[in-house]
Design a protein around this ligand. Structure first.
Ligand SMILES: Nc1ncnc2c1ncn2[C@@H]1O[C@H](COP(=O)(O)OP(=O)(O)OP(=O)(O)O)[C@@H](O)[C@H]1O
Ligand SMILES: [Mg+2]
Length: 249
């Protein structure tokens, strides 16, 4: 029962402080299903802070504003409740889970998020095809989550989750950093494959390359905690040429 309107993620006048310092100062942004929305901006402008707040990291204090999703202000929901509503599954977990291997992690998460029936019917098959897409060997599943993973393996693990869990809104914070060209292409094609009229992506990146592969529908620029410029993919080229200073004034 998907109603397009409800599946829109609406960030309104968001103010967030960290350690008493205001980082987001009235950010407004919408992520619409079926669209790839790119968020760009200089170092320290608050992009990761926004991602952290959306996934419910308690270190970040929301002092004003709301994030609406399916008629609810998700800022009032626990992290697992957000996940069950179909939000940003690849980023809600700690970076390393010592003692938990990938298979346990993926199967437990899948059951929690998609239910036992779905798990029994689809999990093994989907897992096998996802592994194949990322050229990952089955032994990858025996490794502990993110322990000793190379940069590329960490990203592939996130993408594996994306493909398996199919969140309605996925937030990807610099998924492209540190990837070789083939891995980048693989990830871009995976995002495109997962994309549907029901899925929205918020892609945070510094680089044109990923956005050339992904073709974002909208591009927004965050500076000093506020969206100061919005446009289409042409804006990425303009930023590549001019940098951010012309927008800072
Ligand atoms: N947990 C934290 N503790 C202290 N300061 C923080 C914390 N998280 C973010 N900040 C500060 O908030 C500001 C914004 O940081 P944030 O990571 O959101 O920037 P960003 O836009 O993601 O930058 P980058 O492009 O470098 O990734 C920075 O000044 C940063 O030092
Ligand atoms: Mg960041």
């Amino acid at each position: 029962m998907v109603t397009t309107h409800n599946n829109q993620l609406v960030i309104q006048n968001l103010h967030v402080s960290v350690a008493g310092k205001a980082i987001l100062r009235g950010a407004d942004l919408e992520v619409v299903p079926g669209k790839v929305v790119a968020l760009m901006g200089p170092n320290g402008s608050g992009k990761s802070t926004l991602a952290q707040v959306l996934m419910g990291n308690p270190m970040y204090e929301v002092t004003q504003g709301s994030v609406l999703w399916q008629g609810k202000n998700i800022l009032e929901l626990a992290v697992h409740e957000r996940a069950q509503l179909g939000l940003f599954l690849s980023f809600q977990y700690p970076h390393e889970l010592p003692g938990v291997n990938m298979y346990e992690f993926l199967s437990t998460s899948y059951k929690a998020l998609r239910g036992l029936d779905d798990f029994e019917q689809h999990f093994e098959q989907r897992l096998a095809s996802a592994l194949e897409h990322f050229n990952l060997n089955k032994t990858f599943l025996e490794r502990n989550v993110n322990e000793g993973f190379s940069g590329g393996e960490k990203k592939k693990s996130e993408m594996l989750q994306l493909e398996l869990f199919q969140p309605k809104i996925a937030i990807m914070d610099e998924t492209d950093s540190g990837l070789d060209i083939d891995a980048l292409k693989l990830i871009a094609s995976n995002i495109s494959a997962v994309q549907s009229p029901d899925n929205g992506f918020l892609v945070i990146t510094h680089y044109q390359r990923l956005l050339t592969l992904l073709e974002p529908d909208e591009v927004h620029v965050l500076i000093a905690g506020k969206i100061v410029k919005s446009g289409d993919k042409e804006l990425v080229t303009e930023l590549e040429q001019k940098g951010y200073e012309w927008l800072s004034a």
